[in-house]
Design a protein around this ligand. Structure first.
Ligand SMILES: NC(=O)c1ccc[n+]([C@@H]2O[C@H](COP(=O)([O-])OP(=O)(O)OC[C@H]3O[C@@H](n4cnc5c(N)ncnc54)[C@H](O)[C@@H]3O)[C@@H](O)[C@H]2O)c1
Length: 294
């Protein structure tokens, strides 16, 4: 049993904190929007009133917030974890952020007596709800071993991929593959519709062959019914494609498909779709094909 502070109880953090409480850990959750702690309290956790309240007595602090500046604020802010938690606390950052920011934060953490693992996840809201996430972990092997039972409570495929920042680099690659895959499925769907094909049947058979993917499996209902409630917001995928393209540039590698998809994600945002699920890239394909998009 571990005393856990869980900061950020949004679409992903909420079910993850609940799974940790269900696994018998003592979980204090904190979110800027206090109503997000309701499910955790129902699962036997505690709704902390502040970050300071959450980290009181915690052995492990989990963070699941949107972007690099949010993680920086949670860790290094005046009322942040480095100021308020007990020295020696293990921090697990599940958020998807820039690898270079993670590395810098890990160094800062070490300098003030904390340990930091980057542990971004993949599998979407469904993966979080079903405790079936893929978790790509960067950091020290000893810290990974300590955190493994917690990872196992929220994930199915848990891999230590290397030193600090490696988890975020793998996650960036993940986001490139996912965005390109959604774009490809979207184009295929609009193409099939143009030929009057039964798209439900078509996606079913495509899913059983080499074109099958977790994206196709998880997102086909959204796409067929044009219901794009998130899920994973296009705004967040835009953030991730910025990470991919900047990191590729930094490494001197060329990712033409990544760059194209990054532009298509940016276009979706510019058209007001930033708050929709990333499967709404389909709307961009429809726009490009001259279709009316409600
Ligand atoms: N949604 C997905 O399918 C998915 C999948 C994999 C990874 N991710 C990644 O997980 C992270 C979280 O995504 P999400 O979809 O849960 O986002 P979300 O916006 O639903 O949740 C983020 C939560 O963090 C809270 N928050 C932000 N700053 C805070 C602070 N300083 N103190 C306390 N709470 C704070 C917000 O109030 C919000 O409830 C992102 O980095 C995202 O890229 C999301």
């Amino acid at each position: 049993m571990t005393n856990i502070a869980f900061i950020g109880l949004g679409i992903m953090g909420n079910p993850m904190a609940v799974h940790l409480a269900n696994a018998g850990h003592v979980v204090a959750g904190f979110d800027r929007s206090p109503e997000r702690a309701v499910a955790l309290v129902e699962a036997g956790g505690r709704a902390a009133e502040s970050l300071a309240d959450a980290v009181k007595g915690a052995d492990v602090v989990c963070v699941m917030v949107p972007d690099s500046p949010d993680v920086e604020a949670v860790l290094t802010g005046e009322e942040g974890v480095f100021q308020l938690a007990e020295t020696g606390t293990l921090i697990i950052d599940f958020s998807s952020i820039r690898p270079d920011v993670t590395q810098r934060l890990a160094e800062q953490a070490r300098a003030v007596g904390f340990r930091l693992l980057d542990a971004p996840v993949s599998g979407g809201e469904a993966g979080a709800r079903n405790a079936a996430l893929s978790i790509m972990v960067g950091g020290e092997a000893d810290d990974f071993a300590i955190a493994k039972p917690l990872f196992d409570a929220v994930g199915k495929t848990v891999v230590h991929v290397g030193p600090s920042g490696s988890g975020q680099t793998v996650k960036a690659a993940n986001q490139l593959i996912v965005a390109a895959n959604i774009q490809a499925v979207s184009e295929a769907l609009v193409f099939l519709e143009a030929y009057g094909v039964d798209t439900k049947a078509a996606l079913e058979v495509l899913g059983g062959g080499l074109a099958g993917s977790a994206v196709l499996q998880q997102k086909k209902e959204n796409m067929l019914s044009r219901s794009f409630q998130p899920g994973f917001r296009i705004d967040l995928h835009h953030k991730d494609m910025g990470i991919v393209t900047a990191a590729a540039r930094e490494a001197g590698v060329v990712v033409p498909l990544g760059a194209l998809v990054a532009q298509l994600v940016a276009s979706a945002r510019a058209n007001g779709d930033g708050g929709l699920d990333h499967s709404a890239l389909l709307r961009g394909v429809e726009r490009l094909s001259g279709k009316d998009v409600a």
